[in-house]
Design a protein around this ligand. Structure first.
Ligand code: NAD
Length: 478
């Protein structure tokens, strides 16, 4: 018996959760349910995180969490419970299988069977944002080696377990050479450990276009958080409906399973909603806790029900569907099919589908790290970069001098173009006068000098070489 924390959520949440639990219990799931309240009621009672302290304790104690969609109230101040849960519990891997059910659910992509493995904790989702000048705000994109290694290894181990043939990586490392560059580099390193699985990398823009057009060309696709967020919805939608896909959020200690859709408030309380997405989440949960025979039984009964043309309103189509049913009747139809196999759709076999057991991340030996310059970011409302350069050159000393100014990453000094549009946010790079390192004291002196001259420094970034290789980007046009 495995203890599972269950949250029935908002909108259609309670109906689809009841249907899901009824089906898996009828199939013989050995779970003991501990229910918690999260979402709208908790938000509106004044808790901006949507979850009470005691509920966290229950989630952390049970480690397995089945969650229905929740409504995040409109208006500022309410934090997304999903994002918070993933980060607090270290749920680094988000897995979304997207398979079409042709000819039973209408889709333009009849042979699609793609699994999106999305990094779930890092990237622009760190939520570190600042307004720095009147005109410019920033969001930090953080990508770490452990983050990349964990998610890429997860994707390959998943492919190996599921007998999948290929893992594809999507990044934009032609532009983001440090952040997406690290993700791609780690992908190449880890791919070598799995010679039996084909690997490839696509630049995200053309990769996304290809996936939307020819999804049958892909098998498992691994990508950083933001791209995965967007593309996993695209992938689910093009199978025929977002209402059919579930997702697993896996961490080293805890895991959370859910539908990918939201709480569909307009459909709530009418016995209309399709419970399939949450049921798919629950099937992944059963596999994760080792109840693979039950998971397999539920999945095959669901496939059979889809094949029988017993459909909820969202996928019902005159001609292909046979009977339009409500949430409850759909659940009963699946229960009646438990033990049966689909005859046209491929039946699943989950004999090897338990939780993946990944090695813990091992930190590598530290590189030789040399401070080789500093970027001072300046708030300045002038227009002519040459004027700013003249001011900043007064800070030059025997050790460091101004070497370049960029505006939104584009080099505007020296030899800028008068056509380049400039904001009030200037990145001013100081490098050693000779080809040598600099010290932290050099930076402090620059800051003291700037302060005395009333230059508004809004932040600094140190420039390092790691084992002799530049760990920073050049200015565009440099
Ligand atoms: P949604 O997914 O709730 O609905 C989008 C459309 O799909 C609607 O037309 C809806 O009726 C339909 N739909 C979704 N699930 C369905 C199902 N199971 N059966 C039948 N039809 C279904 O997206 P939204 O309208 O943008 O968001 C509504 C609320 O859900 C918002 O408060 C949002 O913050 C929240 N939300 C929660 C989660 C989550 O908890 N994981 C995810 C996304 C959105």
């Amino acid at each position: 018996m495995t203890k599972v924390t269950v949250a029935k959520g908002d909108g259609i949440g309670p109906e689809i959760m009841e249907a899901t639990l009824e089906i898996i219990l009828a199939a013989g799931a050995e779970i003991e349910i501990e229910e918690i309240e999260v979402g709208e009621k908790v938000y509106l009672a004044g808790n901006t995180s949507g979850i009470a302290r005691e509920s966290w304790d229950i989630i952390r104690k049970n480690k397995i969490f089945l969650k229905a969609p929740i409504t995040t109230p409109q208006g500022g101040g309410y934090k997304s419970l999903n994002v918070t849960t993933r980060k607090f519990l270290g749920l680094y891997s988000n897995v979304r299988p997207c398979r079409s059910l042709h000819p039973f659910v209408k889709t333009k992509h009849p042979v699609m069977d793609v699994v999106i493995v999305r990094e779930n904790e890092e990237d622009l989702y760190a939520g570190i944002e600042h307004q720095q000048t009147d005109e410019v705000v920033q969001c930090l994109k953080l990508i770490s080696r452990p983050g990349c290694e964990k998610i890429v290894r997860y994707a390959f181990e998943y492919a190996k377990q599921q007998g999948r043939k290929k893992v594809t990586c999507f990044t934009k490392d032609n532009i983001m050479k440090q952040t997406d560059g690290l993700f791609h580099k780690v992908f190449d390193e880890i791919a070598k450990e799995y010679p039996e699985i084909e690997n490839e990398h696509w630049i995200i823009d053309i990769g996304a276009a290809k996936m939307a057009d020819t999804p049958e060309a892909f098998d498992v696709i691994v990508m950083p958080n933001l791209y995965g967020d967007v593309l996993s919805d695209v992938a689910a939608q093009i199978t025929g409906s977002v209402g059919l896909a579930g997702s697993a959020n896996i961490g080293e200690e805890c895991s959370m399973f859910e539908a990918i859709h939201g709480s569909a408030p307009r459909r709530a309380g009418q016995n209309l909603a399709n419970p399939s997405g949450l049921l798919q989440g629950a099937i992944m949960m059963l596999n994760h806790i080792g109840q693979t025979a039950v998971a397999e039984k539920v999945q095959n009964a669901w496939l059979k029900t889809m094949e029988d043309g017993i459909h909820t309103y969202d996928i019902y189509k005159e001609g292909t569907s046979k009977q339009q049913v409500g949430t409850k009747e759909f659940a009963q139809a699946i229960i009646a099919n438990l033990g049966k196999q689909p005859s046209i759709l491929k039946a699943v076999s989950y004999a090897n589908n338990s939780a993946l057991n990944l090695p813990k991340y091992k930190r590598q030996a530290a590189a030789k790290k040399d401070l080789v310059g500093v970027d001072l970011f300046v708030h300045w409302a002038g227009n002519n970069p040459n004027e700013l350069a003249k001011i900043l050159h007064q800070l030059d000393n025997a050790n460091v001098s101004l070497s370049m100014i960029t505006n939104r990453g584009i080099k505007v000094y020296p030899d800028g173009f008068s056509e380049t549009f400039c904001t009030d946010h200037w990145r001013c790079r100081f490098k050693p006068s000779e080809n040598q390192g600099i010290s932290k004291n050099d930076i402090i002196e620059l800051l003291i000098g700037a302060n005395e001259m009333n230059i508004d420094i809004i932040k600094t970034e140190n420039l390092y070489n790691f084992d002799g290789i530049a760990g920073y980007s050049l200015g565009q046009g440099q």
